[in-house]
Design a protein around this ligand. Structure first.
Ligand code: C5P
Length: 238
């Protein structure tokens, strides 16, 4: 497998209210960014057409749809998602039925399935509310193992858990890490943040960055700073 360049490891979250706003940002970022994440907010407002457009133009696309439904629906939705030309699709990693349905839906396509283990806004109290006695970290590891068993390609996890997840699932699973901040910058509403350096050192393959780039005065400069910092961290890792 060819090595992934530091620029291709940076995924910019297009958390924009409309497709025209997202298009403006993409145009501004130009060649500085090769990989975009389209999430639920944008998909409600032209995001799927934009995802297709991006894929056709040679950009890589992450559809962050966090699917969770009966197997038949997840499998068919996954097959349709593959037709957009996206590279990654997320499903909730709660159970083997959902994960196996997504793995079946992507069969024969270029789509890769990422399991969302435990949402980063949930703590032990939220899990207890659902009748789950495990700590968030133990549940992350349990669900990461389920994702591997079901034939998924990777997991989404915070940089703080990436090292234990890597140890649990081995080198073949892709680890994608959101909640990335440069040292000293604002965390916003993210509770479990990591720097690009620490996330890459912990074994992350891709970093998802939203506001630190999309809300910067100079988004191109911000993107280049992240790419540089991924490049430096990769050099230390090898
Ligand atoms: O702006 P910021 O860098 O915090 O954006 C992070 C992106 O990653 C958002 O699109 C958010 O929905 C997404 N995400 C996350 N935590 C997860 C999964 C996805 O922050 N566990």
């Amino acid at each position: 497998m060819p090595a992934i360049s530091p620029r291709d490891r940076l995924i910019v979250a297009l958390d924009c209210p409309t497709a025209p706003a997202a298009r403006e940002l993409i145009e501004r970022l130009g060649g500085a960014v090769n990989f975009y994440k389209v999430g639920l907010e944008l998909v409600m407002n032209g995001g799927l057409d934009l995802a297709r457009e991006l894929a056709r133009s040679g950009k890589q696309v992450f559809l962050d749809m966090k699917l969770l439904d009966i197997g038949n629906t997840v499998e068919r939705a996954t097959r349709s998602a593959a037709e957009t030309g996206a590279m990654f699709l997320t499903v909730h990693g709660h159970d083997l039925k959902t994960l196996r349905a997504a793995a079946a839906g992507k069969a024969g396509t270029g789509l890769k399935i990422l399991a969302v283990t435990v949402l980063t806004n949930l703590d032990a109290g939220d899990l207890a509310e659902q009748g789950i006695a495990a700590t968030p970290e133990d549940l992350v590891l349990r669900r990461a193992r389920l994702a591997r068993e079901a034939g998924c390609d990777g997991v989404v996890t915070s940089g703080q858990e990436a090292q234990r997840v890597r140890a649990a699932v081995g080198p073949a699973m892709t680890i994608v890490t959101p909640g990335i901040r440069l040292p000293g910058s604002a965390a916003g509403d993210q509770a479990r943040v990591a720097t690009p350096d620490s996330a890459i050192a912990a074994g992350a393959d891709y970093l998802v960055v939203g506001r630190p780039i999309t809300g910067a005065n100079d988004p191109v400069l911000a993107a280049e700073t992240f790419v540089q910092s991924i490049a430096t961290a990769m050099t230390r890792r090898t």
